[in-house]
Design a protein around this ligand. Sequence first.
Ligand code: BT5
Length: 304
Amino acid sequence: MGQGSRVKGQDKIESIKIKEHLTAKFIGTEIYIFDRVESTNDTARELAKKGCKEGTVVIADLQSKGKGRLGRRWESPSGAGIYLSIILKPKKVVSQLTLVAGVAAVEAIKGIIPPHPPFEKGGKGGIFRVSLKWPNDININGKKAGGILTEGILKGKVVIVGIGINVNTPPLSHPLRPPLSPPSEGGEKGEVKRGGWGVEGFSDELKDKATSIMMEIGKRVDRNLLIAELLNSFEYWYEKFIEEGETVMKRWRELSDTVGRRIKVNAENQVFEGIAEMIDSEGSLMLRQNNGSLKRVSAGEVCY
Ligand code: BT5
């Protein structure tokens, strides 16, 4: 383990520990775990090009070039998060797979963290609310705690679903957290390594708008357990989606805090404003604009 290595007591991601909880039949039959990759989506793409089974999963403890949409960066420090990619060969249109993964991720988190968990010192206390923000954000108590990046390759025959979740990114004020040491020398360009916890907290850009499960509840979560739950949940919702997509879209709407809200959407190089009326069966956002007309947005950025 190199840069940003874990401190003693932190969970190591291990196939054997994931498999203890894995009930999925084809998602995760092959799991590749790396200490460090540039991006699990890129590693998955290489594997898929060489040929691999549907349901193969790539997981990393650290991503040095974790990606968001449109070339944005996904902060992926060691020991802190789940960064994984699932290789799929779906037989039907896949524009909704980001939403399928969102439902799966929220259900997995809800499955292991109750809405009123026992909050430990350093956690915020109160409620633990996980929700979806169109199209690809996983929020906890209104802050971004995860994201999904779906990429089609080989002319759409293979789809890589990348999921990132901030699990054990420590709160700055946690009583167990030693003072941050200065950024260390020798890190790769663009990486800031902080000492003490062996994990990097969020960058200044993110610290007010991002959160982790640990920041909310004040204690670490077993990443191996959450990975297994995520894969089980993904298989369940993916199979439902293949059978009949509408059930998954319905669940997405229930878990989302976008629908019914006044929002601004950046799409097609313009800003549209109005009420998010619904997410249609294709996963597109239907926006009731201020002038009364209904605008269908299939890709874009929402703010509220
Ligand atoms: C996303 O993009 O939210 C998709 C993130 C997908 C990450 C996974 S990890 C496994 C797989 N391999 C990859 O390389 N990627 C996937 P987007 O909606 O474009 O949001 C990106 C924005 O989120 C950034 O511009 C930041 O503002 C913010 N951000 C970056 N890192 C974050 C983090 N760890 N937590 C919360 N927000 C973050």
